[in-house]
Design a protein around this ligand. Structure first.
Ligand code: SF4
Ligand code: SF4
Length: 415
């Protein structure tokens, strides 16, 4: 799809016209002469092997890059926009499998974790399942002594003793916290509760000393789209040495979660300012813009774009303690079971839908190369937040290339 992109020069406010091909990542000027983005950015050109990533693998391999263990979907919070909210009621009455038989199944199947791979523990809220974790983690540490282990938690159940215990077993932690946007989760921000804040400060120091990561994962919502304040928030309410990154934008569960035009404008302005003046403080946003620049400079073909996340990959396995293999940790086995550990060769990873086969217009979308069609388990017409976020990143990359603000994007083929 060829798109006509009209922008306004930051210098003299004149209109500039370019054409962008979302399949080849090529940009042409108004005379249809190709723009050499590699020369403009100093990014090295890179040949891509011809490949078609339009199909997802069906089988799972025994050599894994990621093993995600879903402990259960229970949580001590009830955040309005939780990606697991729909599945939670389905697993309410589920009894948990036991850690011993789970470990025995892993041994029997001889699953290995590749160098650089990792094991993740997922809830719900993983610390609700502390008794299970206490059995599981030491056993897994014996089996996979070198493998990175990681937990994403809301952090409210963390204690000093647990911090020490996680460090002893070399499990890194990320606390899910949306800075000034926390008000959409709960009335009481844990950073205002002295007991919790002190434990987090202790963790911040101890994990750092142990060479393990500890930080905050922030989801962008309408309550924190003024991203520059996120840095100030953690500086003021937590520590000058806060490590945080963005997990992306909230997937709307209700119309309230959708960013308004004004929110989108705020997000765009803040991302642009971050790239111009605050790259050091906002590494994950800077990385996202750099990825766009790299894709444009190397002219990454759309055939290289597979999926938003790694869940469809053959070497990523999501499993619960009963040995149910699930397509993604955010869903219950009741709806998303794709096989069983005990019948490994017959796991059928068939629930994913490639963006090419979605009927929501991904092919014609200006940000398809970066949004990658959204969640591969959804054919979600309501991708407006994804569109807002990726467009803000794309517009910032455009500004860095041409010092011009995008005003209009039109389908050139239908003009
Ligand atoms: S923003 Fe929507 S249409 Fe565009 S690629 Fe993402 S999911 Fe597809
Ligand atoms: S399939 Fe991927 S994008 Fe969809 S909910 Fe799971 S991890 Fe997120």
């Amino acid at each position: 799809m060829l798109l006509k992109i009209t922008s306004l020069s930051a210098f003299d406010k004149t209109e500039i016209v370019h054409y962008y091909n979302n399949e080849t990542n090529e940009i042409f000027d108004a005379q249809l002469k190709e723009v050499d983005v590699a020369a403009l950015t100093g990014i090295e050109k890179k040949p891509y092997k011809t490949c078609d990533r339009a199909l997802f693998p069906i089988k799972k391999t025994r050599s894994l890059s990621k093993l995600k263990i879903q402990l259960g979907l229970k949580c001590n919070f009830n955040c309005s926009y939780c990606a697991q909210a729909e599945s939670r009621h389905l697993s309410k009455s589920d009894s948990l499998g036991d850690a011993e038989s789970f470990i025995a199944s892993l041994c029997r199947e001889e699953l290995s974790i590749k160098p650089g791979g990792r094991i993740e523990f997922w809830g719900g809220e993983p610390l609700v399942y502390l008794k299970t974790l206490k059995k599981l983690i030491p056993a897994l540490r014996d089996m996979y002594p070198e493998t990175e282990m990681h937990i994403i938690t809301n952090g409210t159940l963390l204690t000093y003793e647990l911090v020490d215990w996680f460090i002893e077993h070399r499990v890194s932690l990320a606390v899910s916290h949306d800075a000034q946007g926390y008000c959409l989760r709960d009335l009481v921000d844990p950073l205002t509760v002295t007991r919790i804040k002190n434990v987090w400060l202790y963790a911040n120091q101890k994990f750092r000393e142990a060479g393990l990561s500890f930080g905050f994962n922030v989801v962008i919502t309408r309550a924190n789209c003024d991203l520059l304040r996120v840095y100030d928030y953690f500086q003021r309410h937590f520590s000058p040495e806060t490590n945080f990154g963005f997990e992306g934008i909230v997937q709307p569960s209700t119309p309230c979660d959708i960013l308004s035009e004004k929110d989108a404008e705020t997000l765009e302005i803040h991302i642009k300012y971050i790239l111009l003046y605050h790259q050091e403080q906002f590494k994950s946003i800077t990385d996202s813009v750099n990825k766009v620049l790299r894709a444009l400079a190397t002219k990454r073909p759309i055939s290289m774009v597979r999926a938003r996340c790694e869940a469809p990959n053959s070497d990523v396995l999501v499993v619960d303690l009963k040995g149910n293999v699930i397509s993604c940790q955010n869903y219950s086995h009741a709806t998303h079971k794709i096989g069983e550990l005990s019948n490994y060769d017959n796991i059928l990873s068939a629930q994913f839908r490639h963006w090419k086969h979605k009927d929501i217009g991904c092919k014609d979308c200006v940000v398809v190369q970066f949004c990658k069609g959204g969640c591969p388990l959804q054919n979600d017409e309501n991708c407006i937040n994804d569109n807002i976020f990726h467009l803000a990143i794309f517009k910032t990359a455009w500004f860095l290339l041409f010092q011009a603000d995008i005003q209009k994007i039109e389908n050139f083929e239908s003009l």
